[in-house]
Every structure is written in C-alpha cells, then in structure tokens.
Design a protein around this ligand. Structure first.
Ligand code: ADP
Length: 439
C-alpha cells in the first residue's frame, strides 16, 4: 500500500509540475516574443522621430545599441547608412522593406545571409521616402527568455526531487498510524487515526472479540466434554476391574453389569449429542428447508414418548392442527423430542405435558408446557448453554447430557425461530418456539 500511495503522490506532483512548466513556457514564449518585437518596433519608430533632427546619416550609429542593427535605404535602393558594415543582405527585395514601401512599415523573420543567424527585421518608411530598417538576431532577442527558461527548468528539477522526498514522508505519515493500529488489535478502537476508518475498525474489533469468544467457548466445551466423559468411564473402569479381580460377589455381578450398561448408555447419549451439536455448528444451507407440518411431527414425537411418560405416571398430549413451516424434518424432530423429554424428566409424579402447535400473528408457535418442578428465573437465560444444568443430580439420574437445550437453541437459530421461557418454581415450565410463517 505504501508503495502505491508514494507512487501515486509522486505521479500527481510530477504531472502538476510538468503541466505547469509546459504551460508557463508556452505563455512566457508567446508574450515574450510579442514584447521583444514590439520593443524593436518602438525603438525603430523612436529613431524615425529623431531622424529629422540628425546632422548626418552617420549619427544613426548612436542608436545602434544592444545588438540592434540599423540600415538606412533610399527609395531607389542605395544604402545611406549601415551599422553592420559586412552586411550583404539584399535590401529592396527584402519582404519587410517591400511592405514598408507599400504600407509604411513591415517585419520579417529569416536567416540572415550575412551572419547565418535567424534574425528579426523591422522596416519603416520615413518622411523623406527613405526606409529605416532595424534588425536583431533572434538569439540576442531571446537572451533573457533563454535565461529565464533555464532557471524554470532548474526550479522544476529541484521541485521534482523535493516532491520525491515529500511523497515518501507524506506516505509515511498517512500509513504509520494505520500500521500502529494493527500492532495493537486489542485496543484498536482506542486510537482510530481517521474518522473514515471507524466502521472498518469497529468491524475488525467485533470480529476479533468474536474470535476470542469462540476460542473461549470451544476451550470450555472441550474441558467440559473431557470431564463429562471421564466420570462414566471411571465408573465403568472401576466396576469392570472389580469383576475382573473377582472382587464382586456373585449376587452383585448382575448389578455391576447393569451399572456398566447404564454408564455406557450415558456415554453413547453424550457422544450422540456432541456429534449432533458439531453437525449443527457446520454452515447450514437454507436450501435444505422443506415445507413441513409441525403438528404432524409433534403427534409422532408425543406417540414416541408416551411410553416414557406413562412409566413416570405423566400424561402427555398433543393439541392443535396442521401448521406448515419451512424446516428440516430431522432437526425439528430433535427439537420437539428434547423439549418433551425435558418436560417429562423434570415433571412431578402425576404431572402433565401439553404440546401444542398454533398460529399467532405472522408466526407458528410450538408450545411445550409442563406442570413440573420449574426453573428459577435467574437460570432462564443460561439453561441453553452447553452443559448448564439447574439440578445436576436429577439431570444425571434421568439420563440428561446437559446438551439437550443447547441443541434446541441451535436448531431454532437455523430456522430463524425465537425461544421464550416462562417458568415458575413448583408450578411448571412453558417453552415457546416461535417460527416465522411460510411466505
Ligand atoms: P439436560 O440433559 O440436563 O436435561 P438440557 O440442556 O436439556 O440438559 O437442560 C438444561 C437444564 O435446564 C436441565 O439440566 C434442567 O435443570 C433445566 N430444564 C430443562 N427443561 C426443564 C423443564 N421442562 N423443567 C425444569 N427444568 C428444566
């Protein structure tokens, strides 16, 4: 970036200097040319005015200053005075003299046959019919101009060198604060050098914080998973060791085997939930969504869980009618299952679970309502975190993995659905999942 900015600056400056120089030279040349010729013309007219007062033509020599050559020609072509004695120019046929004879004055620029230099000539007709002609070498006329142009060229060169140094310094000044920002991402928003960078910097900061948060969540999750796996594995290992060493009495063997079976079951459930969560973490395409009757899925799940509910002496029922949403069937079944399973597991003997589906405003609501133990309000936000449990022992006793609601939350997000929790300790819990209706 630095190189690009420097080059850009450099080009802009060089271009401006070049354009200015060319423009100035052109204007200067045109006006100087006019000025120089007009000076010669004015001098000639001034000499013409004093001509009448001259005692002799040779007195004209006094006016031949600053390399101005003077020639006096009679109307029939005789040279009456000549300041440059070596002149071999033809006179009467020179364009400026012809013009002077005809119109009073004339000018011409050509290479002088005497000197071999390009020369400017001006001729004027005097009162007595003689022609006064003056001439000056272009080099002499332009002496000052050439001097000025050389000075302009040197000044431009100095400016170009200066601009090189300035471009590098300026680029450094512009880029340095941005580089400084990159060195301290944590406090990147503390010292934003340019207002225009604010949205960009804030978005970087947010991404950075998000990355840190994700890393923290991942680390915490790994630590939790290791811990969750370790407990059942330690139990399994302990019971297996006792069986192996023959330490278990014959009547305990079946009990130990059943404990190993249960712990293995918990491990399988846990690993199953971890796999589901990691699948849900993958980027999800909306294309996989199909039109699905939410109520039909609820009826199926209620039927599937009715045996478990009956075992716990809990009544479970589905209410409502067909309601269609855009969704993924497997995910939605998982969501309904987890909510109903919790409503049964955290219920009281003789309790009830009502699962209803209905339309409300522009949404379709799935409501799982139980008459169970309830959740204290301070936990409402956190129960959707991975491995967050309100009642740890009950969760484990009933085969909970601590991941059920985390999966529910993920699935809801994938379906653009919102979750609302209403719960009162001792009275029961109601969890609403609000899906957007089909457009
Ligand atoms: P778990 O596998 O432990 O049930 P979840 O993620 O499904 O994990 O739920 C998190 C916690 O939220 C549970 O441990 C439980 O304490 C609480 N919880 C969830 N659903 C209910 C409910 N219907 N009634 C009371 N508490 C609940």
């Amino acid at each position: 970036m630095k190189k690009r900015i420097t080059t850009l600056f450099f080009f802009i400056i060089i271009l401006s200097i070049l354009i200015t120089t060319i423009f100035m030279t052109f204007i200067f040349k045109t006006s100087f040319d006019k000025q120089a010729k007009s000076n010669i013309q004015l001098s000639t007219e001034a000499i013409a005015l004093s001509y009448n007062h001259l005692d002799s033509f040779n007195d004209l020599a006094a006016y031949s200053l600053n390399n101005l050559y003077i020639t006096l020609i009679s109307s029939d072509g005789n040279v009456l005075f000549e300041s440059n004695t070596n002149s071999t120019d033809g006179y009467l046929n020179s364009p400026e003299v012809i013009k002077a004879i005809n119109t009073g004055s004339g000018e011409d620029t050509r290479v002088s046959s005497t000197t071999g230099y390009e020369t400017y000539y001006y001729a004027t007709k005097l009162n007595d019919g003689n022609i006064l002609r003056t001439s000056m070498k272009i080099d002499d006329m332009y002496f000052l101009y050439n001097y000025a142009i050389n000075t302009i060229m040197i000044a431009s060169l100095v400016l170009i060198i200066l601009s090189c140094v300035l471009s590098v310094l300026l680029t450094k000044r512009i880029v340095q604060p941005i580089e400084a920002m990159a060195h301290n991402i944590d406090d990147i928003d503390k010292n934003i050098p340019y207002k225009e960078l604010e949205p960009f910097v804030l978005s970087i900061k947010n991404q950075h914080l998000q990355k840190i948060e994700n890393a923290r969540i991942r680390q915490e999750f790994t630590a939790n998973v290791s811990h969750e796996l370790k407990t059942p594995l330690t139990s399994i290992s302990g019971y297996a060791e006792m069986l192996e060493n023959g330490m278990a009495k014959n009547e305990d063997i079946a009990d130990f085997a059943s404990k190993i079976h249960n712990e293995a079951g918990r491990l399988i459930a846990l690993i199953g939930d971890i796999i589901k969560l990691s699948e849900l973490d993958m980027p999800y395409s909306n294309k996989d969504l199909k039109t699905i009757d939410l109520f039909l899925l609820v009826e199926n799940t209620v039927a599937l869980l009715s045996f478990n509910a009956e075992k716990a002496n809990i009544k479970i029922s589905a209410k409502g009618s067909s309601c269609f949403i855009n969704g993924n069937r497997d995910m939605l079944e998982e969501l309904i299952y987890n909510l109903c399973d919790n409503a049964i597991r955290y219920n009281d003997e003789g309790g009830e679970v009502i699962v209803s589906v209905f339309k409300s405003d522009n949404c379709t609501v799935l409501r799982v309502k139980d008459t169970g133990i309830g959740i204290p309000s301070k936990h409402h936000e956190r129960i959707f975190e991975r491995f967050y449990r309100v009642d740890k022992s009950r969760s484990k006793e009933t085969g909970g993995t601590g991941l059920g609601l985390a999966i529910v939350k993920h699935i809801a997000i994938q379906h653009n659905a919102k979750i609302k929790v209403f719960s009162q300790v001792g009275h029961g819990t109601q969890i609403d999942v609000i899906f957007p209706s089909i457009k």
